[in-house]
Design a protein around this ligand. Structure first.
Ligand code: HEM
Length: 81
């Protein structure tokens, strides 16, 4: 089950370097530090969203609109906005 610790956007925004990469999607907060290097679209593209919402990027890149990608993201969930 997803962890539901409440995390504010200001805290998420502090995690935007390769040492610690947090993102949000809808109301979920995710620590994707370990995944960044393995991102099929490249770490650099993923880092464009570091510290903030991936929603607008995923709206542009339809590759993410699958159950598999959602499941992968949920593995990294650390809390809720
Ligand atoms: C592809 C995950 C953020 C751009 C993918 C794929 C996954 C993934 C699993 C492979 C999809 C498939 O082909 O089946 C993620 C996760 C993200 C993230 C977990 C954030 C935590 C981003 C961002 C961008 C982006 C912010 C753009 C700025 C792309 C692109 C591809 C891709 C362009 C296609 C790469 C290719 O097939 O050559 N992503 N992504 N992604 N992603 Fe992301």
């Amino acid at each position: 089950a997803a962890k539901q610790r409440e995390i504010h956007r200001e805290e998420v925004a502090k995690h935007r370097t390769r040492d610690s990469v947090w993102v949000t999607y809808k109301d979920g907060v995710y620590d994707v530090t370990e995944f960044a290097a393995a991102h099929p679209g490249g770490a650099a593209r993923l880092m464009l969203a570091a510290g903030g919402a991936i929603d607008p990027f995923w709206a542009m890149y339809a590759q993410h609109q699958t159950a598999e990608v959602r499941q992968l993201l949920e593995q990294y969930r650390i809390g809720t906005l």
